[in-house]
Design a protein around this ligand. Structure first.
Ligand code: GLC
Length: 547
């Protein structure tokens, strides 16, 4: 019997519940809507769903501001709906992975309400309070990730509370052992309901030392995660994936090393950050740097080759659409470039994640005005970045290229009004492309993206070389082609992809040469990858043979 953990051979799929499927016509996706689409996911072949937050929340950050961890937001449904989702998913061999948002709560959580009620409330210390500076201003200059000061004055007590995100998202004081015990108990209650694991929101921020102004990778981080493991994860066959924007490969080994007793894997973002501007971050668009991207992915593959485990993703609810960011979303190449990007990612070593809509090649939306965006991050940053010198048009271009609302427009199911997402008015307008780009059309299309993702997932299910094979990068400096080899015993799998919209000539290095069976292709099948190749635009092909 194989000892591979199930989450190393499974593919994850992220559902952003607000935008997935609305069952009751209020314009907001909900849990019964997700249940109604489980067959789409089962057909794709995924092993688990990462469900963005569905807990009770005033929705200042679309659910990443939780007011009750043990209740479901009415807009998403009821706890009975949640139990039904877990059971119906399980019946299709799909685990439900909840989003654990515990760096902060909502300011409307009962804990914060109690904490703010008086200086001597027993829960006062569950959050982070400091006296004003001598001039009455914030205690220091720390900034929130969404822009603006990380401190907000609480007029009742005259103290400031700390929030790394919006002012409605006060940070919990992880140094208080009661806080940690409460979180462990909550996690255990969810495990007892039958969930398959947790995606851990901004987990690299929980070990902070506020007064030293250390927020990421703080001194207590790994102690807390190890304590979490002992108190909740140990002995359970679950998957955990920590969101860690700050993680480099060495950090990832600390989080995911076999004997560390921490997490299954982390989401690492070096490839995302590489696409941002050094001065204005995501708010100034930057062209794709293919060689840079390959270098980063290759480095992660090699660093975690013997220990630890990689997650693999192009997109999520905070990022632009993969085909628009890394592919070519023009009508001529959208489908093929989406399939090529999938091929490159899914045949690497690690657990791939698909963001809803990626499997049908959904694209970014063009927002005409800053006011058209819903996202709190975009709205907060517009005045800040323009005051720093970024022109309003440049900001709009940046928000269109990298902003979070690209991923949040409703899922495009079919060509009916509002893409079949809702019978009401969607909370964020549907991308106008929906008449052409939608799940029904894509699934019926021989050149469709869905069937390619499905084929990639079934290769992973069938072939241990996709899961366990040693990764060898090829031609890292080639400006057009992404290529690598996976090897297991005497078998060799070579993947070659032209990631441009023009034909290119490519010579396979001898360590990648292979003759055998074509596993998958976005163009004409080949059973030989050897010597000189003429690759069609966005041709991605994988051949399995022997060394
Ligand atoms: C993470 C989430 C993001 C959220 C933030 C605060 O980065 O992915 O959507 O806004 O944490 O919880």
């Amino acid at each position: 019997m194989s000892r591979t953990p199930w989450w190393q051979s499974a593919v994850g799929y992220q559902v952003y519940p607000r935008s997935f499927c609305d069952s009751n016509g209020d314009g907001v996706g909900d849990i019964p809507g997700i249940v109604s689409k489980l067959d789409h996911l089962a057909d794709l072949g995924i092993g688990f769903v990462w469900l963005s937050p569905v807990y009770a929340s005033p929705m200042a950050d679309n659910g990443y501001d939780i007011s009750d961890y043990d209740a479901i937001a009415p807009v998403f449904g009821t706890m009975d709906d949640m139990d039904r989702l877990i059971a119906e998913a399980r019946a299709r061999d799909i685990g439900i992975v909840m989003d654990l948002v515990v760096n902060h709560t909502s300011d409307e959580h009962a804990w914060f309400q109690a904490a703010r009620s008086s200086l001597v409330d027993p829960k006062r210390d569950w959050y982070i309070w400091r006296d004003p500076d001598s001039d009455g201003g914030p205690p220091d200059d720390q900034q929130s990730v969404f822009g603006g000061p990380a401190w907000t004055l609480d007029p009742v007590s005259g103290q400031y509370y700390f929030h790394l995100f919006n002012r409605k998202q006060p940070d919990l004081n992880w140094e208080n052992p009661e806080v940690r015990a409460e979180i462990w108990a909550m996690m255990n209650r969810w495990f007892d309901r039958g969930i398959a694991g947790f995606r851990m929101d901004v987990i690299d921020l929980i070990g902070k030392d506020i007064d030293a102004e250390i927020t990421t990778n703080g001194p207590h981080l790994h102690d807390y995660i190890q304590e979490m493991h002992r108190e909740t994860l140990a002995g359970r066959d679950v998957v955990t994936v920590g969101e860690a924007w700050s993680a480099g490969p060495d950090d990832a080994l600390l989080y995911t090393g076999r004997d560390r007793g921490e997490l299954s894997m982390v989401f690492q973002f070096s490839h995302v950050l590489q696409g941002w501007d050094p001065e204005f971050g995501k708010w100034r668009a930057r062209p794709r740097d293919l060689v840079g991207l390959k270098r980063l992915f290759n480095a992660w593959q090699l660093a975690l080759a013997e220990d630890g485990w990689n997650s693999l993703f192009w997109s999520n609810h905070d990022l632009p659409r993969a085909v628009s960011k890394y592919g070519d979303d023009s009508p001529a190449w959208r489908r093929r470039s989406a399939r090529a990007l999938a091929t490159v990612l899914h045949l690497m070593k690690g657990t791939p994640y698909i963001y809803q809509g990626e499997e049908i090649g959904m694209t970014n939306t063009a927002f005409a005005r800053v006011e058209d965006f819903d996202d709190v991050e975009i709205r907060t940053n517009f005045p800040i970045q323009t005051a720093r010198g970024l022109g309003a048009d440049a900001f709009l271009a940046g928000a269109n290229a990298n902003g979070r609302d690209n991923a949040r427009t409703p899922m495009q199911w079919d060509a009916r009004a509002h893409a079949g997402f809702t019978s009401g008015t969607p909370w964020l307008p549907v991308n106008p492309t929906f008449d052409k780009i939608n799940a029904a059309a894509d699934r019926a299309d021989p050149e469709g993206v869905f069937r390619h993702y499905k084929a990639l997932i079934s290769l992973r299910n069938k072939l241990d070389i996709v899961i366990d094979g040693r990764f060898v990068p090829l031609a890292e400096d080639d400006p057009n082609v992404w290529a690598y080899v996976r090897e297991l015993g005497t078998r060799r799998l070579t993947m070659v992809a032209n990631l441009t919209s023009a034909p290119v000539a490519f010579s396979i290095p001898t360590e990648g040469a292979v003759t055998g069976t074509c596993l998958i292709t976005t163009a004409t099948p080949r059973d030989r990858l050897r010597g000189k190749l003429d690759l069609a635009p966005w041709e991605a092909v994988a051949v399995l043979g022997t060394t």
